[in-house]
Design a binder for this molecule. Structure first.
Ligand code: SF4
Length: 219
C-alpha cells in the first residue's frame, strides 16, 4: 500500500494525526484580472472599518513599486508615519533605508506596507479585530504586486501574514511561504534600534533574500 493510500485508509478509520493532503497553492490570477493598487486604495476609501480610524491622522496605505519583487511588511504606522501618511519614515524607517542602501536597493523599487493602515494608540500591537478588518486589503495588495519575496518585520507582521503563533525567535531567518510567495521573517527595525547587537542577524537574513532574488533574476 503506497503512502497516500495508507493515509487515506487511516483517515477512513478516523485515525487522528493522519495529515490531509495539502491543496496545491492556486497560481495567481493573470495580471489583467488582478485589481491595481489604485483600485484597492479606492475601495479602502475613507475607511472606518475598525476602531483605529478614530485616532488616525492619515491612512498609511503603503508605497513603492507596483511591480516590486521584494516587499517589506511591518505591523502598523507609528507617529511619524501617521503624520505623513507614508510607511517607515520615522527612526525605524531611517534604519530600513540604511539597510536598503547597503543592499544596493532603492525604496522606489521595493514595496513597503503594514498589516494595519492606521496608527494603533501608543504604538501598541494591532488587536485581532483590527487585523481582521484591515488585513484583507494588504492581501489584495500582495496579490496585485505578486512579489517574489516578502520580508516580515517583527512578530506581529510575521504571525499575522503567516497565520502562525510561532515565536519570531523560532522562525526568524528561516524561509516560510505565503501562497506562492517566499517569506523571510526578520526583526523589526524598531527592535534593532533598541538592540543594535542583533543587527547582524537581519543582515544575514537579507543576504538569503538577496541570494534568492539573484537566483530568480528572470522569473
Ligand atoms: S486600520 Fe485598516 S481597517 Fe482599520 S480603519 Fe484603518 S484602514 Fe480601515
Amino acid at each position: 500500500m503506497g503512502l497516500e493510500n495508507w493515509l487515506r485508509f487511516q483517515r477512513r478509520l478516523g485515525a487522528k494525526g493522519a495529515p490531509r493532503p495539502k491543496k496545491p497553492a492556486l497560481p495567481p490570477a493573470p495580471a489583467s484580472e488582478r485589481p491595481t493598487l489604485a483600485e484597492i486604495r479606492q475601495e479602502l476609501g475613507d475607511c472606518q472599518r475598525c476602531k483605529l480610524a478614530r485616532g488616525r491622522t492619515h491612512i498609511v496605505f503603503g508605497e513603492g513599486s507596483p511591480q516590486a519583487r521584494l516587499m517589506f511588511l511591518g505591523e502598523g504606522p507609528g507617529e511619524e508615519e501617521d503624520l505623513q501618511g507614508r510607511p517607515f519614515v520615522g527612526p525605524a524607517g531611517q534604519l530600513l533605508n540604511n539597510l536598503l542602501h547597503k543592499l544596493g536597493l532603492r525604496r522606489e523599487e521595493v514595496y513597503i506596507a503594514n498589516v494595519v493602515k492606521c496608527r494603533p494608540p501608543r504604538n501598541r500591537d494591532p488587536e485581532p479585530d483590527e487585523v481582521a478588518a484591515c488585513l484583507p486589503f494588504l492581501l489584495k495588495q500582495i496579490d496585485s504586486i505578486q512579489p517574489l519575496v516578502i520580508v516580515t518585520l517583527g512578530r506581529p507582521a510575521t504571525q499575522n501574514l503567516l497565520k502562525t503563533e510561532a515565536p519570531l525567535g523560532k522562525i526568524r531567518g528561516i524561509w516560510q511561504k505565503y501562497k506562492n510567495i517566499k517569506v523571510m521573517p526578520t526583526f523589526h527595525p524598531s527592535y534593532l534600534l533598541r538592540s543594535p547587537r542583533e543587527r547582524h542577524k537581519t543582515w544575514e537574513d537579507m543576504q538569503q533574500v538577496m541570494e534568492y532574488l539573484a537566483a530568480h533574476e528572470t522569473d
